[in-house]
Write a protein that binds this ligand. Sequence first.
Ligand code: HXC
Length: 505
Amino acid sequence: MKHSTIRQETERRRNAAHDSAARRAPRLGKLDARQRLLALLDPNSFEEWDTLVVHQCQNFGMEKKKIPGDGVVTGTGRIAGRTVHVYSQDFTVLGGSLSMAHAKKILKVMDMAMRTGTPIIGLSDSGGARIQEGIDALAGYAEIFQANVLASGVVPQISVIMGPCAGGAVYSPAITDFIYMVRGSSYMFVTGPQVLKTVTGEEIDQKSLGGARVHTQKSGVADAAFDNDLETLLAVRKLVSHLPQNNQSKTPKADIVAARDQLQLDTLIPENPNAPYDMRDIILNLADGADFTELKADYAGNILTGFIRIEGETVGVVANQPMVLAGCLDIKASRKAARFVRFCDAFEIPLLTLVDVPGFLPGKDQEHEGIILHGAKLLYAFAEATVPKITVITRKAYGGAYDVMASKHLRGDMNYAWSSAEIAVMGAKGAAEIIFRSETDPALKAQHIDDYAERFASPFEAAERGYIDDILQPSATRDRISSSLQRLSSKKLENPWRKHGNIPL
Ligand code: HXC
């Protein structure tokens, strides 16, 4: 073939790949696969690969349905100047369904991300396995799952669900570190409404089965949801700004933005120890620019997780929230926080733990559903973490929950308490009921409770034993965290060699 003919033919095929509008009318608020990448990446930074790839399927007349690119746009680009590898499924090509060729394109960018130590961001919009390809499509998925697993803890992996994500396809996002969804237009489920109706007789629509609300509020599968494609992709850029390129590199240092007036913290804890207050206020106060990138905000509200910066350095925050279930640890909160702690540890992001926890949530349901096992996840995650760990007890730290929440005994590096802290094995009333069970005089019983509270509902017992390193004025906390982080940046701590631990899953 002549060079000029090849040039013309290349252009023709490239145009065919790009012409999504000719295949399907754009939907309101939805960008097409390439527009999404342009919104996600720095201007002029996207380099597309494998635009001319087509599938090799000969079944059911598929040999006549070849569209260059085969339903996924792949390549590399930059976010705030840092390289990332990306793929974006194109629903206008056979419903974004996954063929072996489509899978190989995704595997190629994942492989390059691993070779270069850079994050992988996948935008999902797909009807699942390319039905005409049968087992080849399944093989393609499994190879992607395998690559996801090998990349886990090596480079950050982010999934953005921007349309359908159904069947076994959901397991690639599930293995990745973060899942963002678009409200109204994305859904995820293993078994869709049609099959449900046939198998169980249950009737439910896609949104109610696996929409953004379900996964951000009920299942906890997704980390956050946003109103449209653009907002979601801008949120991904913000998330990436907190992450290192890989498990050997540091998080990027940001410009320092002034924090709020720290004196506000001195009056934040109510006099009444049982009155709730919003732990988010404390986090916002401590953060540069009062900026908190919260994850799973609408799930297990009794614990808060997310990223802030202190003096420009990213810190992962885990905090009990007294506004919800009085900040008790339950199954959902334990799982939510454990996964976050493990992410931070895998990627060397220091942990700040803010503690106000009256204990584990008591109850038959919690026990029967396995709080023993799930609570142990959080304990395990904090205990195995070797990143810098700074803990501040703002108020209650009772019982096993005290131990779990990054206590000194789990290799906390710096453990501080405010003067409002109550650190004890259990609440004064419960303790006095047990120790003085035989006491029948109500006045004397009340006295015992007061005595117990006087002795233990303070930070002194723990401070006398060195279990906390200092009692801080709340307004001095940010400075102490900042200086501790600087010192701890040279921290070296290794766990004993093993193939891997056996976290209670
Ligand atoms: C081949 C597919 C496809 C698929 C959609 N299309 N899904 N082609 N394989 N999996 C095609 C449609 O035939 C149609 O082609 C075009 O994409 C657009 O689809 P529509 O149905 O018109 O779009 P919409 O009404 O928006 O519905 C979207 C949808 C629906 C809900 C996703 O397409 C759907 O239910 N698809 C099948 C989903 C599914 O069962 N997938 C397989 C799951 S099994 P034309 O030519 O008409 O435009 C699986 C196993 C993975 O994924 C296991 C991994 C371990």
